[in-house]
Ligand binder design. Structure first.
Ligand SMILES: Nc1nc2c(ncn2[C@@H]2O[C@H](COP(=O)(O)O)[C@@H](O)[C@H]2O)c(=O)[nH]1
Ligand SMILES: [Zn+2]
Length: 966
């Protein structure tokens, strides 16, 4: 091999491309050795050899013989390569780099600017100021600004702008200004023409380059990292996938047409943080990796592989960075065009076939029309399957066919292909952490951008995208646990080769995020404990010295929720971790501890309420209509997203505090209720958001209690509700008051129904644990009933403050304390306080809770996040929204011979808070300071649990109210 004696080495590490980092005139032999040894070091060391005109000659292979150029650019993309280069040259590059940087800094700060430059700077500054302050000229500055920020001139609403432009004749056509809202929707982040041109040119330059065996092998694994590659190189690698499967010769695909097609696909991805060309590459690459590992062509045939690969490349074309939920709620052009039915996926598909319409890009142009039809159907099916609103539908159908999967059954293969593209689409967490994490950051960036826009535009805020609601680990726990892992496991059941390849890494990712989430939560609790402690030190206590009741701070939610058993386990999404730490944390080897529900894990960081709504659930809600697909395999019930008979046909449970909180926060609306929705109690029609609802419910409940004087059970309210149609008004809701153990048991039986989602199952578990508690209580109460009956001091004869106090005194019995707990918990949950087992409310100082890892540690604000009390106060869980709605506390006797007299029950006194609204911060603090008083104000609510059942009503579509659906 003839190498010139002087070789210029451009050297880059990772994506940073520090091209001028090291430049050396090195003997040819040295470069040759370096190149060889680096390419032998493994697939992660990517060496790219360019000639001086920027043409890629080789990737991690030997230097090409007889290369005509005298200078080469050698790019080393990996830390190992860096180290090797260092070794081989004997230079300490890092030290060299540091030295150069220091000199640069010194030069910049110490050396005065040449006078001419200074003068120029001053003039520019002066001119800028003039531009911005002189009205008649400021359009220039504006136009510059808008150009810079990629706004179009036609959105500028500066009054003088148009006239000045017209006068000056700069713009021939001045379209009407459009609103900023419309602008946002239209503001797709298109790639700039210069970038597109550059990539096109570069791809043309390198498209003939060989890809080394090492890279080709790496490309067949989920560990592949797309980051170090330029866009044109990714195009080359996509081309390689088609070539490696010999698809071009098998299907007579012209190589230039393939290149044009790939480049057009690249061009039609936008510059958005996540749904960009690199995402499409990653999805295609994961499909390729899976396909190799299970030998997919032998199972489903080459044509399906071609369809899958092409679908992956096209699956997010022209994604605007705002998902379907936004499209539908904002009634965007796409939502209107596609009638809210998978607007984005329909659009991606449509763009794909627009590209293929062009002869030069039509990789299927040699296909007979029948074959093209098959390919088109296949691509449409695959791309539409990526709508997360259809996740449950597809997963349920796939699980049904798995035990009898038949590769000769077209319907089975179709469904498998849909699952394969879905798996590839959300497979990021199956990759190594260092590859996956930057993608997650980008995804959250896109999420937050959307939720910010939703807030700005007054649209419903998508909960799993809300920066105030989620954290990185909580988001991942929810997504991996509820969505990703169940899907991967289902595929792993059929294609067992995938267990080690992608299923296990996903389990590990869940475990990682679960721990992170736990640590974050504990840290947060710790911070709150410091706050309440400091607040306490600053607030004079009004507490009576003999009172055992102090403000608690412990893992209220956690301890309460720990009692819940774990539906997650039923979902086969268990951890197999036997890690010691995990066992210590949860007393089990499960990823999510046996006694800890995933709901705990994904708890809302601030409000303390669970935010388990996954993208699937929210998307299902947003997608209201039925979609017919070819996924039906004739086995069992078909479940459609958004169909009221679909996967959301189920029973939901809210306990009293959850319901109260929902009412108070107006969340009934966002949970699918409208404020003008109502329920029927007896013959009365009541709106959910009125205090009368609670009053009326209490009365009805009491009546029922009277009818069932020997009833030992917690009472239940069954509220039928419609959660699907966000916009539906005035739907009626039936309220049954069955309230016995049988009822609960039957609910649990229902919960075996496959159509329940994971979140439903979690709620079912609340009923389950409540049932278990009830059963224990019944046994207990029976044992103690005689003594309670005799204990007249426990009777409450009238509901005045004294009575309330007596009721409180009666809280010593397990049942009563539970009632108090349930009510009190509502407050403590909100204020991040808790009640310990013997109903003694404790100050954090005295809190010996073993769950709190920081009970006595750090009393000062030591964490960097807690710089000031004020800051910490803001970060605590004080209610964010103060509802103006009356906040009433019901005093309700449930078992008259236990803790409240008939008279007390009859009165059902309603004790209101002072201002009929949620406590303000100052109220809260004073409540915290004098909890006994606070407790006296609290009453006992016996609305133990509401069973909320969705009605199976006809949708507007089914009723023919809304047209244009499939
Ligand atoms: N919270 C997370 N959501 C994820 C993750 N990976 C994917 N996703 C979501 O799935 C959809 C897939 O659809 P598509 O638009 O890419 O076709 C995506 O939009 C995300 O919302 C993840 O790791 N965490
Ligand atoms: Zn995608």
């Amino acid at each position: 091999m003839d190498l010139p004696t002087t070789v210029q080495v451009y050297f880059s590490v990772g994506q940073r491309h520090e091209a001028a980092l090291f430049r050396s005139d090195s003997p040819a032999e040295q470069i040759k050795d370096l190149f060889r040894s680096a390419s032998e070091a493994g697939p992660r060391d990517i060496l790219k050899l360019y000639n001086t005109s920027g043409q890629l000659l080789n990737i991690s292979g030997d230097l090409p013989p007889n290369t005509p150029d005298s200078r080469y650019s050698l790019q080393v993309v990996a830390a190992n390569g860096f180290a090797m280069l260092q070794e081989s040259t004997g230079n300490s590059l890092k030290a060299l780099e540091a030295r150069v940087s220091a000199i640069e800094r010194q030069l910049r700060s110490e050396l005065p600017l040449p006078p001419a430059v200074e003068e120029l700077q001053r003039q520019v500054e002066e001119f800028r100021e003039k531009l911005e302050t002189t009205e008649s000229l400021s359009w220039l500055a504006l136009s510059r600004f808008f150009k810079r920020s990629r706004f179009h001139a036609n959105i500028i609403r500066f009054s003088g702008f148009y006239s000045i432009c017209n006068i000056l004749g700069f713009y021939k056509q001045l379209p009407e200004p459009i609103s900023s809202e419309e602008c946002r929707r239209l503001q797709y982040r298109r790639k700039s023409d210069s970038v597109k041109k550059r990539v096109k040119q570069n791809f043309a330059n390198i498209c003939e380059a060989q890809v080394s065996d090492a890279i080709r092998q790496w490309l067949r694994t989920p560990t592949f990292d797309a980051r170090p590659w330029e866009d044109e190189e990714l195009l080359l690698l996509l081309q390689q996938m088609y070539l490696d499967y010999d698809l071009c010769s098998k299907f007579a695909i012209d190589i230039n047409t393939l290149r044009n097609f790939l480049y057009e696909a690249y061009k039609n991805y936008n510059d958005v943080p996540f749904h960009n060309f690199r995402h499409c590459f990653c999805v295609a690459q994961m499909m390729y990796a899976i396909s190799w590992s299970v030998d997919l062509p032998s199972k489903v045939g080459d044509l399906e592989v071609l369809i899958l690969l092409t679908s992956c490349i096209c699956h997010d074309l022209d994604h605007p960075g705002y998902n379907n939920i936004y499209q539908i709620n904002a009634k965007t052009e796409l939502a209107i065009r596609y009638n809210d039915i998978s607007p984005l996926e329909n659009h991606h598909c449509s763009v794909a076939f627009r590209i293929l319409e062009n002869e030069d890009c039509n990789i299927f142009k040699s296909f007979k029309s029948e074959d093209f039809k098959t390919v088109r159907e296949g691509i449409i099916r695959c791309i539409l399957a990526t709508d997360m609103a259809r996740h449950n539908e597809i997963l349920t159908n796939f699980r049904e066919i798995t035990p009898n999967f038949d590769y000769n059954d077209k319907a089975h293969v179709n469904l498998l292909c849909m699952v394969l593209i879905k798996v590839s689409d959300i497979s990021n967490e199956a990759r190594p952490m260092d590859v996956a994490e930057p993608w997650l950051d980008r995804l959250l960036q896109e999420f937050f951008k959307q939720s910010d826009a939703e807030k700005l535009e007054g649209l419903p805020v998508t909960p799993f995208m809300d920066r105030e609601k989620i954290t990185k680990p909580s988001s991942q726990c929810s997504f991996i646990g509820f969505v990703l892992l169940p899907l991967f496991e289902a595929l792993g059941d059929l294609l067992t080769e995938l267990q080690d390849l992608i299923v296990q890494p996903v389990r590990e990712a869940l475990e990682y995020y679960r721990r992170l989430n736990e640590a974050t939560r504990e840290e947060r609790l710790h911070r709150k404990s410091i706050v309440s402690e400091m607040t306490d030190q600053h607030t004079p206590s009004t507490q009576s010295p003999d009172s055992a009741v102090t403000v608690p701070k412990s893992l209220s939610n956690a301890s309460v929720k720990l009692k819940k058993s774990l539906s997650f386990q039923q979902n086969r999404s268990r951890s197999r971790s036997t890690d010691e730490d995990t066992e210590q944390s949860f007393g089990s080897g499960n990823m999510i501890g046996e006694e800890q529900s995933l709901e705990d894990v994904v708890e809302d960081p601030e409000s303390g309420e669970s935010e388990t709504a996954t993208e699937v659930e929210v998307s299902e809600k947003a997608l209201k209509f039925k979609i017919s697909t070819e996924s039906s395999v004739g086995t069992g019930r078909k479940s459609y997203p958004g169909s009221r008979k679909g996967s959301r046909e189920r029973v939901q449970h809210f306990n009293s505090s959850e319901l109260a909180r929902m009412i108070q926060k107006g969340k009934l609306r966002s949970a699918g209720f409208s404020f003008d929705q109502h329920c029927m109690i007896g013959n009365k029609k009541l709106s959910f958001d009125t205090p009368e609802f609670l009053d009326e419910y209490a009365l009805t409940l009491k009546k029922r209690l009277d009818d069932q004087s020997d009833s030992e059970e917690e009472k239940q309210c069954v509220v039928s509700k419609e959660t699907l149609n966000l916009n539906k008004r005035n739907s009626e809701h039936l309220v049954k008051i069955p309230s016995n153990l049988e009822e609960k048991r039957s609910i649990l039986k229902c919960s075996d129904n496959k159509s329940f989602t994971n979140a439903d199952k979690l709620r079912m578990n609340n009923v389950k644990s409540s049932l278990e508690d009830d059963e224990k209580l019944i046994v207990n109460n029976r044992k103690n009933s005689q003594s309670r009956v005799n204990n007249t001091s426990d009777s409450v004869n009238s509901i005045d403050k004294d009575e309330v106090r007596k009721v409180q005194a009666a809280a010593g019995s397990p049942r009563n304390s539970r009632s108090i707990f349930s009510r009190f918990r509502q407050f403590t949950d909100r204020f991040s306080l808790s009640v310990d087992k013997d109903s003694k409310v404790k100050h954090p100082k005295n809190n010996n809770s073993t769950r709190n890892p920081f009970p006595h540690k750090k009393k000062k604000l030591e964490t960097p996040c807690c710089r000031s009390l004020e800051e910490v106060g803001r970060a605590s869980t004080l209610p964010k929204t103060k509802s103006k709605k009356a906040w009433k506390f019901l005093v309700l006797g449930k078992e008259k011979d236990k803790w409240a007299s008939d008279a007390a029950v009859d009165k059902l006194a309603v004790v209101e808070t002072d201002n009929q609204s949620l406590p303000s911060t100052s109220q809260l603090q004073s409540n915290c300071a004098s909890p006994k008083t606070h407790l006296e104000k609290l009453e006992i609510v016996s609305l133990k649990e509401f069973k909320v059942e969705e009605t199976v009503e006809k949708t507007g579509v089914e009723k023919g109210e809304e047209g244009g659906v499939i």
